[in-house]
Design a protein around this ligand. Structure first.
Ligand SMILES: CC(C)(COP(=O)(O)OP(=O)(O)OC[C@H]1O[C@@H](n2cnc3c(N)ncnc32)[C@H](O)[C@@H]1OP(=O)(O)O)[C@@H](O)C(=O)NCCC(=O)NCCS
Length: 137
């Protein structure tokens, strides 16, 4: 039987069986001047989604200290459903790295495509607003 999709495309088509941390519909107000969805909108939601994972691990307030390897793979257009997924990658003394992905789905069909990914570092913050050690996992 012929292979209908190459492995790179398959990675983009692979169904996401995880529950998203956030799911949004991209709206006209979220566009850049060219009419596609503004990268900053995606980054803001990825930051929020990643912080959900970090707060869940830290059990306290966190701040974003860095974003690495942000890649915009495909555009998002108005009306797309965008789902944000995240996983804790590593935890240090006070910091946590969370890998976050955004996936797009046209609401008329079932295929999801990965549109953006990045690794966010969050730092747990105590009442003194300084880095605070993470509790035992
Ligand atoms: C986050 C912040 C409190 C860290 O202060 P700091 O004096 O650098 O603290 P430390 O040197 O003790 O570092 C704390 C942790 O952050 C990590 N860290 C600091 N800067 C980092 C960077 N640029 N990238 C990745 N990790 C970093 C350190 O490695 C350390 O991790 P560990 O405890 O797991 O070993 C300070 O940089 C800050 O307030 N930044 C502004 C955050 C903010 O406003 N974010 C946007 C809105 S949420």
């Amino acid at each position: 039987m012929p292979c209908l999709v190459n492995s790179r495309l398959w990675g983009k088509l692979m169904a996401n069986e995880r529950n998203p941390l956030i799911r949004m519909i991209a709206m006209p107000a979220d566009t850049n001047p060219a009419g596609d969805i503004f990268g900053g909108w995606l980054m803001a939601h990825m930051d929020l989604a990643g912080s959900t994972v970090a707060v869940s691990r830290a059990r306290m307030r966190v701040v974003t200290v860095s974003v690495e390897a942000m890649s915009f793979l495909l555009p998002v257009t108005v009306g797309d459903e965008v789902s944000f997924y995240g996983d804790l990658v590593t935890a240090g003394r006070t910091s946590m790295k969370v890998h976050v992905e955004a996936w797009r789905r046209r609401r008329e069909d079932d295929q999801e495509f990965k549109v953006t990914e990045a690794t966010f570092t969050f730092v747990a913050i105590g009442p003194d607003r300084r880095p605070h050690p993470l509790p035992e996992a």
